[in-house]
Design a protein around this ligand. Sequence first.
Ligand code: BGC
Length: 755
Amino acid sequence: MAGAEPAAAGGNQGGSAAAKDAFIASLMQRMTLDEKIGQLRLISIGADMPQPRLIEEIAAGRVGGTFNSVTRADNRPLQDAAVQRSRLKIPIFFAYDVVHGHRTAFPISLGLAASWDMDVVERSARVSAIEASADGLDMTFAPMVDISRDPRWGRTSEGFGEDPYLVSQCARASVRGFQGSSPARADSVTAVVKHFALYGAVEGGRDYNTVDMSPLRMFQDYLPPYRAGIDAGAGGVMIALNSINGVPATSNRWLLRDLLRGQWGFHGVTVSDHGAIEELMRHGVARDGREAARLAIDAGVDMSMHDSLYLKELPALVRSGEVPVARIDEAVREVLGVKYDMGLFQDPYRRIGSARDDPPDVDAEGRLHRAEARDAARRSLVLLENRQRTLPLARGGTVALVGPLADAPIDILGSWSAAAKARQSVTLLQGMREALAGRGSVVYARGANVTDDERVVNYLNFLNWDKPEVVQDKRPPQQMIDEAVEAARGADVVVAAVGESRGMSHEASSRTSLSLPGSQLALLQALKATGKPLVVVLMNGRPLDLNWAKGNADALLETWYAGTEGGHAIADVLFGDYNPAGKLPVSFPRSVGQIPTYYNHLRLGRPFTPGKPPNYTSQYFEEESGPLYPFGYGLSYTDFALSGITLSATTMPRQGSIEASVTVKNTGTRDGETVVQLYLRDEAASVVRPVKELKDFRKIALKAGESRQVRFMLDEDRLKFFNDRLDYVAEPGEFTVQVGLDSQAVRARTFTLLR
Ligand code: BGC
């Protein structure tokens, strides 16, 4: 261990809860009020103050933790200041937004969810933790588990989709991966579930907007993923920036005290989002900084991120009696508790290590986990169309690879991947060249800019003001298209990589349209006119309007932002070295006007029913109803057939269970994987229930010609929902079990839950 023995050492993480409580209680007895308040401060490195000043603040005991530094060498002097110079030598912790990988970028979370493979989700978080902890980090602001039903919201890309069950499974798997067997492990990072709560439901998909939602919808649909992450042991919760039914989350006593701490029994640290306490003034619920600090501490916000209001206002608020010291103590106890659980009292340098072991090059190739990232990326790809089996491509001929995202090393990483280096990412161009090496050729032409809208380009570059990343090809659009068309004419097949630059699916990047920008649509149309087979490879962080592509592309592959190994993974699928098995974790609407489009909507008195007259039903008269691609949908290079459902009984006694089974057969000529999805519909209940809800799924691998029986156990818990008193109950009556390979094409059988 570098540095002096910390006076506060002696924490015995892994020991009993009583030992932890006793350790923290004895430490707190020695703390002054100012030292306590100092622990509640979470500093943004680089944004809040220059480094020399930060070191002095830490030495003065005025910092609890920092975020945004990503090397051991950067973190060590800060920890030195805490454990060598501060009076009580309390270690600080180091956090970062490790959302989908660290040095190695994995697919964005929406892509990880599309794998429907919880081992993949867990492994990607585990690798992220290994890489992040090796950089001296103790905590990540992840997983982000906000349910999103509005793809206009740019942060849809950061979450795991629209479904409470699937997102909850992903939340659990991520927390397990980040924290491993214990957050105290040197190769673990503490997970901070965010953004609590309901951030994905901002009005109109406009970032940072209002959320106004019924308690039923909250409890049934939006809250379960946070709960799942917390139940999996997440050490922290980040509080959302939005208000909820008129009260900002950051000052919401009901949310943070009654629900989170009270009902859910959360023990861990709560952190505000960036500057959110100050924003209470802009929300108009606090007259001044003093009131904002009082409201936040009172509501249960333990740490204030990137604002100085706690530091500035809490001492006087305590002295005047407006904030009882017990409130401060509660918050401090959680901050010290999370540090204890991280093992920092035992060894403040647990993850920073000693200087002689620092990696000589933090970006060294050897620190990456390419094989794991490639595997995850392949599993995240969703095949949406494949006419006349256009894919997989045969090797041997010439492929024209065109499009602004074909050779886009930054975009393929996705947002929130700041520690990953673009020069280490494999673009599609590189992946295809390697895949074809000596067995065919690739002719590349950019064909278009992501957009020709200068306003959009300026906005995207402003988002990343430290290093503008959208670089425009200055040639006239028609010249670029002509070049691409010429490449297409000389090729056997055209692969067009189109979609959004990563900044378009990002925090603060809400869109009014889901269309491909005009420059790219014009390119696709020109390519189509060549008559060559057209394979469209999409890179995007939200459902897009794919009407043109669906009608015109010979094959359509959704690749999200596939990460460092994206180009290899996509080439693996294009050339058939891997048979795609991803399924959509979100519904793809037909148009913006159709939003929200989500499969598990409530039942209606006048529903639209396919095949029946549409008049006086709930629909839009000038467009077909239902999503363009449904939740759970995705093709394979082989075919699967599903038998009818067999139920072990047609009645379920109270506290009993029944088994639903189906046989899945791989009827094609290739080995492959698919996801068998089980939905339930409550036929009559005391409140209006969804048309169906995902309750279980199984990802299975079948050899060509192989069949397998898949069994699902349904017990009373799976039938439960929140009634109008918010009790979680199962009500007797009929339930329909639906099993399918997507949410629409399902087999169904009914059973009865007895009284
Ligand atoms: C985001 C959070 C993030 C935080 C720290 C905020 O702007 O909303 O998701 O964790 O910044 O980087």
